[in-house]
Ligand binder design. Structure first.
Ligand SMILES: Cc1cc2nc3c(=O)[nH]c(=O)nc-3n(C[C@H](O)[C@H](O)[C@H](O)COP(=O)(O)O)c2cc1C
Length: 343
């Protein structure tokens, strides 16, 4: 595999009519919505993720002795090269009109992430084998380094899928609670819906694995996640794919961090396109981030190596951005790093 340009050209070819592989993936000229690579409805949530990040600026500071930044990150006891992971993404038949097969798509995410010293979250869908495919790849190709994300199904089914994950030796499990309105699951006779605090407590009480709730967008729901006993949250609007007209995740992160920092691990995704974006979100209160669409494009255009190449780029960008803002390690990243303009 050559360089990023070659990967992108190949992805553009394979994703014709679905994704234009724009210079910056910001939802402004997406040919598709959901299904596809775009956002739901007007696409506001997708675009807003990007505009919110664009409004956070970095303070350039070079009079210090913070050379050779250490980006090492500890995810529930597992050391990663950086606080950047791959967001769960699957359902190529639904999203990519079958132009790409699910096995190689998920393989590229899991193996490419492992090659870069990090890991991939994997997804769940109405097509039952896909959840198992993610688990098999995590187990066989990454020695258990991965986290499956389960749809907000009936609780007996969620508990069953968590038990299957436990047998694969995964690092944690999660539920994308914001998929509560996904019609494709309901149509397939696999109901999804909102999960109350008692239901979540029951699910979380049935496993010793850390449980992560993905799709938190308000401080009150972050507090509820703490009450349920969740170990982590992903501040996420599903890349703008769950509900139209949501704010950007960077906008809501400071309120959420103010409410629950120190009580639960805070992860975030949505519109993260560089190591500089990672630095901004760590400064706003997240401890690690997940990257979605750019990884999907790299997987389609360059398979395992394409994903590794992209993630190494994030890693190099993050190291340089830490050096140029005076941060020798992740714990040194704080509000001194950023300058915010109005949302
Ligand atoms: C094609 C596609 C498929 C996705 N599938 C899932 C999924 O199965 N489970 C899930 O929790 N999120 C899924 N997501 C959402 C991502 O995990 C993530 O929240 C979002 O893409 C982050 O925004 P970004 O793509 O702008 O980085 C999917 C996103 C895309 C684009």
């Amino acid at each position: 595999m050559g360089d990023t340009k070659e990967v992108n050209n190949r992805a553009r070819e394979r994703l014709k009519g679905i994704c234009r592989v724009c210079p910056v993936c910001n939802g402004r000229s997406c040919p598709s919505g959901v299904p596809g690579m775009g956002g739901r409805g007007s696409g506001t949530g997708f675009r807003r993720n990007r505009t919110a990040l664009d409004r956070v600026l970095l303070n350039l500071r070079t009079i210090h002795d913070a050379g050779a930044p250490d980006t090492g990150y500890n995810f529930f006891g597992t050391k990663l090269s950086m606080p950047v992971m791959v967001a769960p993404m699957c359902e190529t038949t639904y999203n990519f009109l079958g132009n790409v097969d699910d096995y190689s798509f998920i393989h590229a995410q899991v193996v490419g992430a492992e090659a870069s010293g990090t890991f991939a979250f994997t997804g769940d869908s109405p097509d039952p084998p896909l959840y198992g495919m993610g688990l098999e790849l995590i187990r066989e190709k990454a020695g258990g380094r991965g986290v499956p994300i389960i749809k907000p199904r009936e609780i007996k089914e969620i508990i069953r899928l968590i038990k299957v994950a436990e047998e694969s030796g995964v690092l944690a499990v999660g539920i994308d609670i914001d998929a509560a309105g996904f019609d494709n699951l309901n149509r397939a006779g696999q109901p999804v819906g909102p999960l109350s605090v008692p239901k979540l407590k029951e699910i979380i009480g049935r496993t010793s694995l850390p449980v992560i709730l993905k799709g938190i967008m308000t401080a009150d729901e972050a507090v509820k996640a703490v009450q349920c006993g969740a170990a982590g949250i992903v501040v996420s609007n599903h890349g703008g794919r769950a509900l139209d007209a949501t704010p950007g995740t960077a906008e809501v992160l400071p309120e959420i961090a103010a409410a629950v920092t120190g009580e639960i691990r805070i992860f975030i995704d949505g519109g993260i396109r560089s190591g500089e974006d990672v630095l901004k979100l760590l400064a706003l209160g997240a401890e690690a981030v997940l990257v979605g669409r750019p990884v999907a494009i790299a997987a389609v255009g360059g398979e395992d190596e394409g994903v590794d190449l992209l993630l190494k780029q994030y890693h190099n960008d993050l190291k340089r951005a830490m050096l140029l803002t005076g941060c020798s390690e992740l714990s040194a990243i704080g509000s001194q790093v950023i300058r915010k303009t109005e949302w």
